[in-house]
Design a protein around this ligand. Structure first.
Ligand SMILES: Cc1cc2nc3c(=O)[nH]c(=O)nc-3n(C[C@H](O)[C@H](O)[C@H](O)COP(=O)(O)OP(=O)(O)OC[C@H]3O[C@@H](n4cnc5c(N)ncnc54)[C@H](O)[C@@H]3O)c2cc1C
Ligand code: FES
Length: 265
């Protein structure tokens, strides 16, 4: 599979904390002016490397395209480590190299009832998905989260999708109730289309439920990536045949039946 997308030196337009939390593990919207990137399919991603990374960290970091128009690229980033902490402390005017859109995005079937299943920052690609969906009356969202709801672009999505439900996991004891809700939703959309993005355990559960109900479901993996363009094998995932596939070029979005998708992979 060939390398797609363009490489651009962009400048930061704004870095805005999402909701009241900010700080450590807070989420931020990063905006870039006139990105000059080709139109994206929701679920595609960009690799991002601020000039100030220097030689540490060496590698760029991957982020879903939260929103891309001719005028603006928006990323929704959780500060959770070295690279993201640096990114979320950038200021307007800082230089960042961005390349993309990369990878394979979500399927979009306007006439088919579709549910977006999102966990935490996995909500990011669904902003673009909902914004570009031609029939939002066929679109629903179920969102599981730990931080306050205002830390995520939930309200924005709830305005577009016909149905939107959020479930806050305050303690680990809430998890079984969330999984029950996921199961009910997967069963309801078994004849439609399910698109999911979130942490790996969440996606493993979605895949298990989709298999149980014979549902058509796609999951977007957040495997660690180094090059983002098929050159390093850093991002591989096992498929059902036991072969390794590159998530950066063949994914990050896969049909669940393509993958073995186990917790320990
Ligand atoms: C296709 C794709 C799309 C993504 N979209 C988004 C997005 O829209 N918003 C967002 O906030 N994040 C997204 N991520 C995850 C993001 O790339 C990582 O959080 C980031 O690379 C971590 O870099 P760091 O230097 O801050 O972390 P490090 O300092 O390198 O690591 C800190 C901690 O984060 C963990 N970590 C590192 N990389 C990942 C990863 N890929 N997934 C989960 N945990 C990781 C490490 O295990 C470690 O515990 C996406 C990842 C992929 C592959
Ligand atoms: S990140 Fe390098 S091959 Fe996928």
């Amino acid at each position: 599979m060939g390398i797609s997308g363009a490489c651009r030196d962009l400048t930061i337009l704004s870095v805005t904390p999402a909701g009241p939390v900010g700080g450590q593990h807070g989420c931020y919207y990063l905006e870039f002016d006139n990105p000059g990137l080709a139109a994206a399919v929701a679920g595609q991603f960009v690799m991002v490397r601020p000039a100030c990374f220097g030689s540490d960290p060496v590698w760029p970091r991957p982020f879903s395209i939260c929103r891309l128009t001719a005028e603006r690229l928006t990323l929704f980033v959780q500060a959770c480590g070295r690279g993201t902490d640096i990114l979320c402390r950038l200021v307007p005017g800082d230089a960042v190299t961005v390349w993309g859109p990369l990878g394979q995005g979500f399927g979009l079937e306007p006439e088919v009832p579709t549910v977006m299943l999102a966990g935490g920052v996995g909500i990011a690609p669904f902003v673009e998905y909902a914004a570009t969906h031609p029939a939002p009356h066929n679109l629903a969202l179920l969102f599981g989260h730990r931080q306050p709801l205002t830390c995520y672009p939930f309200a924005e999505l709830a305005q577009v999708a016909a149905r939107a439900e959020a479930f806050e996991e305050k303690t680990p004891d809430d998890l079984p109730r969330f999984i029950e809700l996921l199961e009910k939703t997967v069963a309801e959309y078994a004849g439609g289309l399910i698109v999911a993005c979130g942490p790996r355990p969440f996606l493993v559960t979605v895949a298990r439920l989709a298999r149980r109900y014979g549902a058509r479901a796609q999951v977007s993996l957040e495997n660690r990536m180094a090059c983002g363009v098929g050159g390093c094998l850093g991002c591989v995932e096992k498929n059902v045949l036991g072969q390794y596939v590159q998530t950066c070029t063949e994914g990050p979005v896969f049909w669940v039946e393509e993958l073995s998708l186990s917790e320990d992979a």
